[in-house]
Design a protein around this ligand. Structure first.
Ligand SMILES: [Zn+2]
Ligand SMILES: [Zn+2]
Length: 253
């Protein structure tokens, strides 16, 4: 489907590939290197994300979902070479803790699905990663490189990817301008705060989030960390505390 994906330039060899026809407004990012390219997140898997990727590069593509949630791994089936964080190996190889019916309900809510798309044939992707990633590892693309930062909290193996040279921080579901989720059983509100504090210390010039607006203020991670610290001081940084709203974002605990 031609206009399922929206492709936008971040710079001459970095692109956002977005799915604005779904309420989650997911973003995948293609980073083109000299020797190979990296696809950070792969979207919902409703349409074939390798088609716009192939239009942008002929290099080998390694796909790295920031975490193993259905809306980030949907397009992994189009890439033989993909890596996830070690802590989510079980999820990606067959034991994701959510029934497919729940995923289909989230997919079909507020979504302009392409004509002819069969919701009942939609499944959760399972496969064998080519490599498991750890905190601190460097992914070298030739002429540009990214550091893996393990940022648990939203999910146990969530990663942010840091491209120091360009000042880009790919934040996945840890930081974006929208409702953040630390309320499922597999989330950890305390770890969430520690992860946001950690990335807030990086000298990032641009945050590139997993969802919603691409225009995120660079100080958002610091603002989120400060508000989560206040919630902790009042004993509310815990599962079941509810939803809290702040300017431009909120969090479900
Ligand atoms: Zn997620
Ligand atoms: Zn997500």
């Amino acid at each position: 489907m031609k206009d399922w994906f929206t492709v936008e330039n971040i710079d001459a060899d970095t692109f956002a590939i977005s799915e604005y026809r779904h309420w989650e407004e997911t973003h995948a990012y293609l980073l083109i290197g000299r020797d190979r390219s990296l696809l950070i997140d792969t979207g919902l898997g409703v349409c074939d994300i390798s088609a716009p990727v192939r239009e942008l590069t002929k290099t080998h593509v390694t796909a790295v979902p920031t975490h193993v949630h259905w809306d980030h791994i949907g397009g992994l089936r189009y890439f033989k070479d993909f890596c996830v964080h070690r802590a989510e190996k079980e999820w990606i190889t067959g034991s994701f803790p959510l029934p497919v019916e729940a995923v289909r309900a989230m997919l079909s809510r507020d979504c302009e699905l392409p004509p002819g798309f069969d919701l009942n044939s939609y499944g959760i992707f399972y496969g064998r990663p080519s490599r498991l990633l750890e905190d601190g590892e460097v992914i070298d693309l030739g002429g540009r490189s990214l550091q893996v930062i393990h940022t648990p909290g939203h999910s146990p193996g969530h990663m942010c990817l840091w491209e120091r040279e360009r000042g880009y921080l790919f934040t996945g579901d840890l930081v974006y301008a929208g409702t953040l989720y630390a309320d499922y059983p597999s989330t950890d509100p305390e770890a969430y705060l520690a992860s946001v504090e950690r990335i807030a210390r990086l000298p990032a010039g641009r945050l590139l989030p997993g969802h919603h607006s691409l225009d995120v203020r660079a100080g958002l991670a610091g603002e989120i960390a400060a508000e989560l610290r206040s919630l902790r001081e009042s004993g509310k940084l815990a599962h079941g505390a509810g939803r809290f709203d702040f300017p431009g974002w909120s969090i479900a605990l």
